[in-house]
Ligand binder design. Structure first.
Ligand code: NAP
Length: 308
């Protein structure tokens, strides 16, 4: 098997929690360098900026971008222009049009571009997709409620324009929904709740149109303390399925059908290795289209100011 030298850009929470261990567990990749303004990884070449890394290490063929979405495009473009294969954390950019530009550039350069949706790789997502295939779906409820102070401590970029606010976790729910649902749906309405002192919403209520006739709603909220909820509940004529814990567990009418360990990021790097081997592009923008539509259609309500 080919082994590719890889660099991480943006050594923050997700790079340390998930990317570095997943790369270490993936024989196809070796972490050779990082580009991050304030930190590095022990035993690995450290750069402040991606440009210097790309020039100094022509042998590093793969770049994994783990920065916040607002700054990802510029580095992705640099890496693609330098002929490198690129993997993007979710969401793949701050806007749809910048990701379209990256797709065109990756095609022109003949390199791999992978927009990752880690929640699609949760243990029971494929089992849910399979179960739903032949069901008569009546109602779908997506409930993604978590405590922002617990999961995003001090991350100011999520409250700044382009940081998505509660859609940062909410887009994970939409990535799972669009993976398991047997047909495309579209957003028809949104109520967005903005803290008085922030640019992005702390909560959102969404409604969708399913051309197949099912009622479909989603509720995202970052103000949930105590038990955290990442569930998709689907009522069908053949029973009610609940995909819970962000896609880890599937039950039908209370009986567990599927559960498994968390290998989301190992699965992402295994997929990236396949794309790199064939210089292929895998970019599905459908979760991001729903978020963009929510900002387009959403009615804005101002709620209590948020402070850490
Ligand atoms: P983070 O901890 O804030 O880390 C991002 C790193 O990017 C920072 O440590 C920073 O390192 C670098 N950076 C470069 N420009 C920056 C800027 N303008 N503002 C802030 N940081 C900047 O964020 P994260 O939680 O790892 O999230 C990064 C991406 O991964 C997001 O798109 C997020 O949605 C996604 N993600 C996060 C999680 C999670 O659980 N946290 C899970 C899945 C996906 P330097 O200061 O050293 O440059």
């Amino acid at each position: 098997m080919d082994t590719h030298d890889l660099a991480i850009v943006g050594v923050g929470k997700i790079a340390r929690d998930q990317h570095i261990p997943a790369i270490a567990a993936t024989p196809a990749f070796t972490l050779k360098a990082t580009a991050s303004r304030n930190t590095g990884v022990e035993g690995v070449a450290r750069f402040d900026q991606l440009d210097a890394l790309l020039t100094t290490h022509p042998e590093i063929s793969c770049i994994s971008l783990c920065t916040p979405p607002q700054v990802r495009y510029a580095d992705a473009r640099r890496a693609l222009l330098a002929g490198r294969h690129v993997m993007l954390e979710k969401p793949p950019g701050a806007t749809l049009s910048e990701v379209h530009d990256l797709i065109a550039l990756a095609k022109q350069q003949g390199v791999a571009l992978f927009a990752t949706w880690h929640s699609r790789h949760a243990a029971s997502v494929q089992a849910a997709a399979k179960w739903l295939q032949d069901k008569d779906i009546q109602r779908v409820e997506v409930i993604w409620k978590e405590d922002v102070r617990r999961w995003h401590p001090g991350q100011d970029w999520i409250w700044q324009a382009g940081g998505l606010g509660v859609f940062d976790p909410g887009i994970n729910a939409l990535s799972v929904l669009s993976e398991i649902y047997p047909r495309a749906v579209h957003l028809t309405g949104a109520e967005l709740f903005f803290p008085a002192n922030r640019d992005t919403p702390i909560a959102a209520d969404l409604t969708f149109n399913d051309p197949g006739g099912a009622e479909m709603i989603a509720a995202f909220d970052w103000r949930q303390t105590g038990p955290q909820t990442w569930d998709i509940r689907i009522e069908t004529a053949q029973g009610t399925a609940t995909l819970s814990d962000g896609g880890a567990k599937l039950s039908v009418d209370g009986a567990q059908l599927s559960e498994g360990p968390d290998h989301e990021y190992r699965s992402l790097y295994a997929r990236f290795a396949k794309l790199v081997a064939r210089s292929e592009i895998d970019v599905d923008l459908s979760p991001m289209v729903h978020v963009s539509d929510a900002f387009t259609l959403g009615r804005r309500q101002v709620v209590d100011a948020f402070d850490w």
